[in-house]
Design a protein. Structure first.
Length: 158
Protein backbone atom coordinates (compact mmCIF):
# COMPACT_ATOMS: atom_id res chain seq x y z
CA UNK A 1 0.00 0.00 0.00
CA UNK A 2 1.44 3.39 -0.88
CA UNK A 3 1.93 6.06 1.80
CA UNK A 4 -0.90 8.36 0.64
CA UNK A 5 -3.47 5.56 0.66
CA UNK A 6 -2.27 4.22 4.00
CA UNK A 7 -2.79 7.64 5.62
CA UNK A 8 -6.31 8.42 4.44
CA UNK A 9 -8.76 8.91 7.37
CA UNK A 10 -10.36 5.48 6.90
CA UNK A 11 -6.94 3.76 7.09
CA UNK A 12 -5.53 5.60 10.10
CA UNK A 13 -5.54 3.88 13.50
CA UNK A 14 -8.39 4.85 15.80
CA UNK A 15 -7.67 7.34 18.58
CA UNK A 16 -8.40 6.20 22.17
CA UNK A 17 -11.76 8.03 22.35
CA UNK A 18 -12.78 6.60 18.99
CA UNK A 19 -12.05 3.09 20.24
CA UNK A 20 -14.28 3.71 23.26
CA UNK A 21 -17.04 5.08 21.00
CA UNK A 22 -16.86 1.99 18.81
CA UNK A 23 -17.21 -0.33 21.81
CA UNK A 24 -20.15 1.67 23.17
CA UNK A 25 -21.90 1.71 19.78
CA UNK A 26 -21.47 -2.07 19.51
CA UNK A 27 -22.85 -2.63 23.01
CA UNK A 28 -25.84 -0.34 22.49
CA UNK A 29 -26.94 -2.43 19.49
CA UNK A 30 -28.07 -5.14 21.92
CA UNK A 31 -30.62 -2.61 23.21
CA UNK A 32 -31.65 -1.70 19.64
CA UNK A 33 -29.90 1.69 19.72
CA UNK A 34 -28.21 3.09 16.63
CA UNK A 35 -25.60 5.80 16.83
CA UNK A 36 -23.43 8.27 15.00
CA UNK A 37 -20.04 9.54 16.10
CA UNK A 38 -18.95 13.17 16.24
CA UNK A 39 -22.45 14.59 15.95
CA UNK A 40 -23.01 18.36 16.03
CA UNK A 41 -26.37 19.11 17.68
CA UNK A 42 -25.79 22.87 17.56
CA UNK A 43 -22.99 25.20 16.47
CA UNK A 44 -20.07 24.98 18.90
CA UNK A 45 -21.05 21.56 20.25
CA UNK A 46 -19.77 18.16 19.08
CA UNK A 47 -20.73 15.05 20.98
CA UNK A 48 -18.62 11.92 20.71
CA UNK A 49 -21.61 9.61 20.24
CA UNK A 50 -25.30 10.34 19.77
CA UNK A 51 -27.48 7.26 20.20
CA UNK A 52 -31.08 6.88 19.10
CA UNK A 53 -33.19 4.24 20.85
CA UNK A 54 -36.12 2.16 19.61
CA UNK A 55 -38.68 4.43 21.29
CA UNK A 56 -37.07 7.64 20.03
CA UNK A 57 -34.94 8.22 23.12
CA UNK A 58 -31.76 10.21 22.53
CA UNK A 59 -28.60 9.60 24.53
CA UNK A 60 -25.35 11.56 24.44
CA UNK A 61 -22.20 9.63 25.30
CA UNK A 62 -18.94 11.47 25.88
CA UNK A 63 -15.86 9.25 25.63
CA UNK A 64 -12.93 10.12 27.86
CA UNK A 65 -9.68 8.22 27.52
CA UNK A 66 -7.75 9.86 30.35
CA UNK A 67 -7.93 12.22 33.30
CA UNK A 68 -6.41 14.99 31.16
CA UNK A 69 -9.02 14.40 28.45
CA UNK A 70 -11.81 14.76 31.02
CA UNK A 71 -10.29 17.83 32.71
CA UNK A 72 -9.95 19.59 29.35
CA UNK A 73 -13.68 19.13 28.57
CA UNK A 74 -15.40 22.44 29.28
CA UNK A 75 -18.52 21.90 27.15
CA UNK A 76 -20.14 18.73 28.48
CA UNK A 77 -22.84 20.47 30.52
CA UNK A 78 -24.01 22.15 27.30
CA UNK A 79 -24.83 18.68 25.94
CA UNK A 80 -27.45 18.03 28.64
CA UNK A 81 -30.02 20.15 26.77
CA UNK A 82 -29.66 17.89 23.71
CA UNK A 83 -30.45 14.46 25.15
CA UNK A 84 -32.79 12.42 27.30
CA UNK A 85 -29.82 10.83 29.11
CA UNK A 86 -26.13 11.73 29.33
CA UNK A 87 -23.31 9.22 29.85
CA UNK A 88 -19.56 9.17 30.19
CA UNK A 89 -17.79 6.26 28.53
CA UNK A 90 -14.39 5.46 29.99
CA UNK A 91 -11.89 2.63 30.05
CA UNK A 92 -11.38 0.30 32.99
CA UNK A 93 -8.36 2.24 34.29
CA UNK A 94 -10.11 5.66 34.27
CA UNK A 95 -10.46 7.30 37.73
CA UNK A 96 -14.30 7.23 37.79
CA UNK A 97 -14.43 9.18 41.06
CA UNK A 98 -13.76 12.29 38.92
CA UNK A 99 -17.10 11.92 37.13
CA UNK A 100 -20.24 13.61 38.53
CA UNK A 101 -22.56 11.16 40.32
CA UNK A 102 -25.63 12.57 38.58
CA UNK A 103 -24.46 11.41 35.13
CA UNK A 104 -24.48 8.01 33.46
CA UNK A 105 -21.39 5.82 33.38
CA UNK A 106 -20.35 3.26 30.79
CA UNK A 107 -17.18 1.17 31.07
CA UNK A 108 -15.90 0.40 27.59
CA UNK A 109 -13.10 -0.81 25.41
CA UNK A 110 -12.81 -0.98 21.63
CA UNK A 111 -15.03 -4.05 21.37
CA UNK A 112 -17.77 -3.83 24.00
CA UNK A 113 -19.16 -1.81 26.88
CA UNK A 114 -21.29 -2.12 29.99
CA UNK A 115 -23.68 0.45 31.42
CA UNK A 116 -22.63 0.77 35.05
CA UNK A 117 -24.89 3.68 36.00
CA UNK A 118 -27.89 5.08 34.13
CA UNK A 119 -27.93 8.81 33.69
CA UNK A 120 -31.03 10.57 35.00
CA UNK A 121 -33.81 10.95 32.44
CA UNK A 122 -34.72 14.46 31.37
CA UNK A 123 -37.10 14.35 28.43
CA UNK A 124 -36.42 16.60 25.49
CA UNK A 125 -39.05 19.05 24.36
CA UNK A 126 -40.99 17.62 21.38
CA UNK A 127 -39.80 20.30 18.93
CA UNK A 128 -36.13 19.76 19.86
CA UNK A 129 -36.55 15.95 19.64
CA UNK A 130 -38.03 16.27 16.14
CA UNK A 131 -35.23 18.58 14.99
CA UNK A 132 -32.56 16.28 16.45
CA UNK A 133 -34.08 13.17 14.89
CA UNK A 134 -34.19 14.85 11.48
CA UNK A 135 -30.60 16.01 11.84
CA UNK A 136 -29.56 12.53 12.99
CA UNK A 137 -31.20 10.94 9.94
CA UNK A 138 -29.64 13.42 7.52
CA UNK A 139 -26.24 13.03 9.17
CA UNK A 140 -26.37 9.23 9.03
CA UNK A 141 -27.60 9.23 5.41
CA UNK A 142 -24.87 11.69 4.37
CA UNK A 143 -22.20 9.52 5.98
CA UNK A 144 -23.54 6.44 4.21
CA UNK A 145 -23.64 8.30 0.91
CA UNK A 146 -20.03 9.40 1.47
CA UNK A 147 -18.99 5.78 1.97
CA UNK A 148 -20.82 4.60 -1.15
CA UNK A 149 -19.65 7.53 -3.27
CA UNK A 150 -16.51 9.13 -1.76
CA UNK A 151 -16.46 11.85 -4.44
CA UNK A 152 -19.67 13.34 -3.06
CA UNK A 153 -18.31 13.93 0.46
CA UNK A 154 -16.96 17.41 -0.32
CA UNK A 155 -20.14 18.44 -2.12
CA UNK A 156 -22.53 18.04 0.82
CA UNK A 157 -22.65 20.25 3.90
CA UNK A 158 -24.02 18.79 7.12
Amino acid sequence: MDYALAHTPENLPLMPGQRLARGVARALRQFDFVSVEEFVPAPGLRVDLLALGPKGEIWVIECKSSRADYMADQKWQGYLDWCDRFFWAVGGDFPVELLPDNTGLILADAYDAEIVRMGPETSLAPARRKALMQKFARHAASRLHGLRDPGVAGLVAL
